[in-house]
Design a protein around this ligand. Structure first.
Ligand code: ADP
Ligand code: MG
Length: 239
């Protein structure tokens, strides 16, 4: 468990400024949902935290360790950060067990660890030998979460992990994921365009619009006291 902090983070692609002066603190062991419209910069933000892209400005730190700033860039595989993509991004030619074991450090590369994280993600052990195409979308997302948690990361990032799921499956999968995150105590950032999802994720929420973090706080505080009419309209809150 470690606190994740971003200070003054900025990112442009060519001449297009995608993120500007983003500062965000996710205290150790807590969850934050970043909510914003499509194209507001949510995925880019997660990619900077994960180390898949390099910020142009600002600092990203995990506890006392700087992951990225003007002079330093810790590569993705050395950050201790787990990542779950929108479609799960499982290896199609590997079984569930092989997906979860993939890339694990030797001390954790055991069937016992695979079973442990599968159980954490509410996955029946009988699914271990199946291939991704033999699973439902919700099961695939839970395998992706199990794979992300298996190396005992200090932070997990979730990029719209439920958006491809049908409504019924979405609710059930979301609860299983929240339960697993709760049980593992990992510091978590979820990004979503769905305000109901953000408000019910069980942590603080941060609203992003056109690459800027415009408000953050508890769901009640943001919903009851939106900082602008745009935020109110986006959240469906009264003003
Ligand atoms: P969101 O996840 O909120 O939908 P993204 O972070 O994916 O938003 O994208 C934010 C903006 O940055 C969009 O305008 C998108 O086209 C642009 N963008 C994202 N990645 C790249 C890239 N690799 N090159 C150029 N533009 C990009
Ligand atoms: Mg996105």
């Amino acid at each position: 468990m470690t606190t994740l902090s971003l200070t003054g983070v900025g990112k442009s692609f060519g001449r297009v400024e995608v993120l500007r002066d983003v500062s965000l603190t996710v205290p150790a062991g807590t969850r934050t949902a970043v909510v914003g419209a499509s194209g507001s910069g949510k995925s880019t933000l997660l990619r900077l935290i994960a180390g898949f892209e390099r910020a142009d400005a600002g600092t990203i730190a995990l506890g006392p360790a700087t992951l990225a700033d003007a002079g330093r860039f810790v590569p993705a595989h050395r950050r201790g950060i787990g990542y779950v993509a929108q479609d799960g991004a499982l290896f199609p030619h590997l079984t569930v067990e092989q997906n979860v074991r993939f890339g694990l450090p030797r001390r954790l590369r055991s069937s016992a660890r695979v079973r442990e994280v599968m159980e954490l993600a509410s996955l029946d052990a009988a699914l271990a030998g199946r291939y991704p195409h033999q699973l439902s979308g919700g099961q695939q997302q839970r395998v992706a979460l199990a794979r992300a948690l298996a190396p005992q990361p200090s932070v997990v990032l979730l990029d719209e992990p439920f958006s491809a799921l049908d409504t019924g499956l979405r609710e059930q999968t979301r609860q299983a994921v929240i339960d697993a995150l709760e049980a593992s105590g990992v510091t978590t950032v979820l990004v979503t365009h769905d305000h109901d999802e953000a408000l019910s994720f069980g942590g603080q929420i941060a609203v992003i619009a056109a690459g800027r973090l415009v408000q953050s706080g508890s769901p009640a505080a943001v919903f009851d006291n939106p900082a602008s009419t745009e935020i109110a309209a986006f959240l469906g809150a009264a003003i």
